[in-house]
Design a protein around this ligand. Structure first.
Ligand code: DCT
Ligand code: MG
Length: 943
């Protein structure tokens, strides 16, 4: 913030920001590569995006309460009449930029920002007029412009924000700044510019005369008028040159004078902003394919306009959001003595763990209370399982941070480990699992900490996922960070030596952990999610860390053989498809496929997609294949095409596994994502193990590449069957459904016999399939339409099936209805274990959004409870294995399945322990059925 603003703060009525719209759009356009910013349809969006983010930045830092954007209009201005070559050398604006100007204006309208343009005038004149208007009304005025002509507007009340080489290096051009740079005051700047000329505008000045001489003359003769008067007295070549060009200079001076009296038909009161039309903005941003982050950032910055003007009305203090982050005082630790001293000094601020050693320490309200006496820990580095690294480790208690560069850790490790062991139940981290990997790279180990801001954020807002600490901070704390690039990349450059700026960055991260902890501790207390954090999420994080670290052994040869075979199959299928087609069509191109299928082979087209072409996805092709029986050429082509797609996909999956093998240990260290799926379920990335198909033989074959590693003899696969249906039976309390499970009969047949009212033995396979799909459809929140599609029956039939089902299982119906009603009333649903999920979409006026939210609300408690049960099972199984002191270990969790690497001689014992842990993970009205299998690879362990 400039000094002049601070001084004026007490006297001013507020701040008006006037923006040179074209200048900002140009700047954005040339700063951002168009090829990275365009929609699928090819509309360039770099200028729009840049305009929005740059302007947001300025709003965030300057906090104006009034705002206007000025634009030039097509066609010449009065200046061209005076000086025909004016701006003549400027290249026409690129087409890609011109198409974005209307979009920018549309965006401004949606954002509730006034933009102004007037035929015959330049944006500069509008700016000058607006600035004069602001000044008359008692406002401080900021002019954002890259055009130096605007400098003439500068005075005590008007500051020009002039972008530097990097846009964010905005210079606050005050009278003093102009004086410092040009040695003349702002009022005389146009005299100086007239003498010097302005190449950008194709305005010639006096040859040989630059800023320096111009300033000298101005100061000597009091201004351009005086110079002209005394032109004869100026000697030398420059004097001669001046006399020769005196008419040009006079003209220049006329042209560069800005008009401050254009009739704009608006007043300062029209320039408030902050009434954002969220729907219009959302629609525009969706069409421009801008992500949710851009949306929320822009919304936040522009919404602030309202608050700012309200605050200005009340003469409220101007508050800087970055105050939320208290950068800790840093002590660099070089040796054990320094560490001991820091620990000593931290002791006072750190409650003793005994303070909360009663049995119910981790209850309501406790979380926010205890937070004040905790130790925040932050290790910076790579948390990649199997290949982690660390650059610096920091501990912070009561605003005092110990900074330990990776290089000194070895020397202080025992003392540091003792501290961690003694204080784990007071430690606060962001991402226990990730931090554990980083710490492990230093030979350090962190027992379950007291709080985790990443997991807490997930519990508080399961539908939001932050990729990085910065993102979490910017989301939960509404922080605008200096270094937007780092935030965007979600990572920081850790290479090279640490310089002071980097250390500040580290401390900034440390401060973020602390600020997030404070904020989330209060939030998490609201719904008693703290218990869930302590009893499920943190312990399962610990288990997952172990699994990621150990990884899963694979048979590399089997993988490469498989990859090669799938590649050959894919190529063969492609050849066959080409033969049927009679040409080498690109099987990946929907356009070419459409031409072959519908034009050439004459098949009846499938459904149209939104973009107006015909669907060529797998299910559409499958339908076509069925319909094309008899048309030998088409059928042959489609069969080969489907086979190509399938084998190609398998090839890619296998390749992703090969790429993921760690060369050091020959194992795959997947990353289990604990905060991505809003239901509470785990997912896996890098590689994604959940997309290994399980329905066909070839997919299952991929699992055969997972084998026991050295020193182990087999794999155990243990999974829940029908866990969602069992949860539905329990939660609904439907006696008939509960009995169906307790009877031990074939569940789906049993249910079908009730639904259709015929004996179990008379149930046809079709009836079983229909009722089974209905059961799962309810548990998964499938629409009737989806059900009809799956079973290839009419929606009417699907509806009848549903009514019949609900008539049989009345309590299931009631239960599901009550979920939606409850969610509508409370805004959220809860699982058996209190995991919440929020459904604002239930209130949406948009029917599609509402329907989707309803299905989500139906499904969340069942899916979420299944997730809770699996997590509890993992914690118990892991504890049981540790207690039994066996070497066997859990290595994978996929869908409803656990995979355990079995050490020689432990198969029976471990199977029993794991089965027991899974069967007793929840106390349900129906048994939790677990099936297990052991084999020399994962496929053979299937059962
Ligand atoms: N599934 C589904 N919808 C269906 C069928 C299955 O969502 N119509 C999902 C949920 C369970 C999982 O697939 C495993 O399927 P099956 O083993 O076929 O389910 P099951 O209940 O064990 O039935 P079955 O007794 O036929 O094996
Ligand atoms: Mg089954």
């Amino acid at each position: 913030m400039s000094e002049s603003r601070d001084d004026a703060q007490t006297k001013t009525r507020g701040t008006l920001l006037v923006v040179d719209g074209h200048s900002l759009a140009f700047r954005a356009f040339f700063a951002l590569p168009a090829e990275n910013f365009s929609t699928q349809a090819g509309q360039a969006t770099n200028a729009v995006w840049g305009f929005a983010t740059m302007l947001s930045q300025v709003l965030d830092s300057e906090k104006p309460d009034h705002l206007a954007v000025a634009f030039d209009m097509k066609g010449g201005t009065f200046r061209n009449e005076m000086l025909p070559q004016y701006k003549g050398t400027r290249e026409a604006a690129p087409e890609d930029l011109l198409t974005q100007l209307p979009l920018i204006q549309k965006m401004l309208t949606a954002l509730g920002v006034t933009y102004v343009e007037k035929q015959g005038y330049e944006g500069d004149d509008i700016i000058a007029t607006l600035a004069a208007m602001g000044e008359r009304s008692g406002y401080d005025t900021l002019v954002l412009s890259g055009d130096r002509d605007a400098f003439q507007l500068i005075d005590e009340r008007v500051t020009v924000l002039y972008p530097g080489h990097h846009f964010k290096d905005l210079k606050h051009m005050t009278p003093q700044a102009v004086e410092d740079k040009y040695h003349v005051g702002p009022a005389q700047y146009p005299d100086l510019a007239a003498l010097r000329g302005e190449t950008a505008d194709n305005i010639p000045g006096v040859p040989g005369v630059g800023d320096g001489f111009a300033a000298k003359w101005i100061n000597q003769y009091g201004g351009l008028e005086g110079i002209i008067e005394h032109a004869d007295e100026i000697g030398g070549k420059k004097g001669e040159s001046l006399r020769e060009n005196i008419e040009q200079v006079k003209l220049n001076r006329k042209v560069n004078a800005l008009r401050r009296d254009v009739d704009l038909g608006i007043g300062i009161e029209d320039l408030t902003f902050g009434e954002v039309d969220a729907d219009a903005l959302s629609e525009l941003f969706t069409s421009l394919e801008f992500g949710p982050r851009t949306r929320s950032k822009v919304l936040k910055s522009f919404n602030a306009g309202k608050q700012a003007s309200d605050a200005a009305d009340k003469h409220a203090d101007d508050e800087d959001t970055s105050d939320d982050l208290r950068i800790p005082e840093a002590v660099t630790i070089a040796d054990e003595a320094a560490l001991a001293a820091w620990i000593d000094s931290a002791r006072d601020g750190l409650g003793s763990p005994a303070d909360n050693s009663d049995d119910e320490p981790r209850n309501r309200a406790h979380c926010a209370d205890v937070m004040a006496s905790t130790c925040a820990l932050y290790a910076e580095g790579s948390s990649k399982p199997g290949n982690p690294g660390c650059s610096v480790l920091m501990l912070e208690v009561g605003g005092k941070a110990a900074v330990l560069e990776a290089g000194v850790i070895a020397g202080v490790r025992p003392a540091l480990q003792r501290f961690l062991d003694g204080h784990a139940d007071r430690i606060v981290v962001h991402g226990y699992k990730e931090q554990s990997h980083i710490l492990a790279s230093l030979g350090l180990d962190l027992a379950e900490p007291w709080f985790d801001t990443k997991l807490a954020g997930y519990l508080v807002q399961p539908d939001y996922h932050a990729d990085s600490l910065e993102q979490a901070a910017s989301h939960f704390l509404q922080l605008q960070l200096d270094n937007a690039d780092d935030v965007a990349q979600g990572q920081l450059d850790l290479s090279g030596d640490v310089d002071p700026a980097d250390q500040r960055k580290d401390l900034l991260h440390m401060a973020m952990v602390r600020a997030l902890a404070d904020m989330l501790a209060a939030k998490i207390d609201e719904r008693e999610q703290f218990r869930l954090l302590q009893s499920i999420e943190l312990p399962v994080s610990h288990v997952l860390f172990g699994m990621e670290q150990v990884g899963a052994s694979v048979d590399f040869m089997r993988l490469t053989e498989m990859r090669d075979r799938f590649a050959v199959d894919a190529r063969d299928a492609q050849e066959t498809a080409w033969q049927f087609a009679g040409s080498r069509v690109n099987l990946q191109s929907p356009k070419q496929l459409q031409a072959v299928l519908f034009d050439d082979m004459g098949l009846k087209p499938t459904k149209k997609t939104k973009s107006g072409s015909y669907t060529t996805n797998a299910s559409a092709l499958q339908d076509l294949a069925v319909r094309s029986v008899g048309n030998e050429r088409a059928n042959g082509f489609l069969t080969a095409l489907l086979r190509h797609r399938e084998t190609n996909k398998l090839k890619q999956i296998v390749q992703s596994l090969i790429d993921a093998v760690n060369p050091d240990d020959g194992r795959i260290h997947t990353t289990f994502e604990q905060t991505v799926a809003a239901t509470g379920r785990l997912s896996s990335v890098d590689p994604n193990l959940q997309n290994i198909p399980n329905r066909n033989a070839e997919g299952r074959e991929i699992r055969s590449a997972f084998v026991p590693g050295e020193g182990y003899e087999s794999l155990l696969s243990s999974d829940y069957s029908q866990v969602e249906l069992r949860i539905m039976a329990d939660l609904s309390g439907d006696d008939a459904l509960i009995e169906a499970f307790r009877s031990g009969a074939d569940f789906h047949k049993y249910v079908a016999s009730l639904v259709y009212g015929i004996p179990v033995d008379d149930i046809t396979p079709d009836q079983r399939t229909h009722v089974k799909a209905m059961s799962y459809g309810l548990a998964y929140g499938l629409s009737t339409y989806g059900l009809a599609q799956q079973l290839k029956i009419s929606p009417g039939e699907a509806d009848r099936l549903k009514s019949q089902y609900f008539a049989t299982f009345g309590k299931v119906h009631e239960y599901l209805e009550s979920l939606v009603a409850g969610a509508r009333e409370k805004g959220y649903t809860e699982t058996m274990f209190g995991r919440c999920r929020y459904f604002p979409g239930l209130q949406s006026p948009n029917r599609n959004i509402r329907d989707a939210a309803e299905r989500g609300a139906l499904n969340a408690p069942i899916q979420g409870s299944a997730a809770d049960i699996m997590k509890i099972a993992m914690i118990h199984a892991s504890d049981a294995l540790a207690k039994a002191k066996v070497r066997s270990r859990i290595i994978l969790q996929i869908h409803d399945e656990l995979v355990v690497e079995i050490a020689p001689g432990e198969a029976e014992q471990v199977t029993g322990l794991v089965r027991d842990a899974m069967e007793h993970a929840g106390d349900l009205a129906v048994p939790l059925d677990v099936s297990t299998g052991i084999g020399s690879d994962w496929q053979l362990a299937a059962h």
